[in-house]
Design a protein around this ligand. Structure first.
Ligand code: HEC
Length: 151
């Protein structure tokens, strides 16, 4: 009975804690996590970009595999931008991420939507569709970097 009661307390604590606070032991880990996720996402996004720009031959299967990874990974970095992770070095995150958090959130939610569209486009097995979706998503990367990432 006592055990069940304490499990219930633990469960509630987990449910209430924000994901960012719950996941990382220290702010440095959160920064490493978000940068790593962005790096890995960019690798797979870049492979699609190479096909979209003609630098690499179009491979419909590879496009789908990379788009699936991008769709999954695009959801990850944002948990690493929790409170207290703004002054950890080295980071290129601008302070505006925390002072204009609604705009930042809009940016990463848009990215997740664009990633889903990219995957849908990849699954049409049509390079033109892939190009359009890639371009739209690349604009979303740039839009956020212009506002929220230091040079
Ligand atoms: C909502 C804002 C936002 C969007 C959208 C976004 N980024 Fe970023 N990106 C950032 C911020 C902020 C940093 C700096 C993170 C840091 O240094 O802590 C960053 C860093 C990076 C890095 C450097 C990671 C490293 O190794 O430190 C890469 C690469 C990157 N982004 C690629 C992309 C690509 C590709 C896209 C689009 C597919 C994208 N980003 C979309 C905000 C964004």
């Amino acid at each position: 009975m006592k055990l069940i009661a304490s499990l219930a307390v633990v469960g509630t604590a987990f449910a209430m804690a924000s994901p960012a606070l719950a996941q990382f032991a220290k702010p440095e880990d959160a920064v490493k996590y978000r940068q790593s996720a962005l790096f890995v996402m960019a690798q797979h996004f870049g492979r699609i970009g190479a096909m979209a720009s003609g630098r690499a031959p179009y491979d419909a299967k590879a496009a789908i595999v990379n788009a699936e990874l991008v769709a999954m990974i695009s959801k990850l970095p944002w948990a690493g931008f929790g409170p207290g992770t703004d002054k950890v070095t080295p980071t290129r995150a601008k302070p505006e991420i925390w002072t204009e958090s609604a705009k930042f959130k809009e940016g990463h939610e848009k990215l997740v939507t664009e990633a889903e569209k990219l995957l849908t486009a990849a699954k049409t097995n049509n390079l033109d569709n892939l190009k359009v979706a890639f371009g739209a998503m690349a604009n979303t990367c740039k839009g956020c970097h212009d506002s929220f990432r230091k040079e």
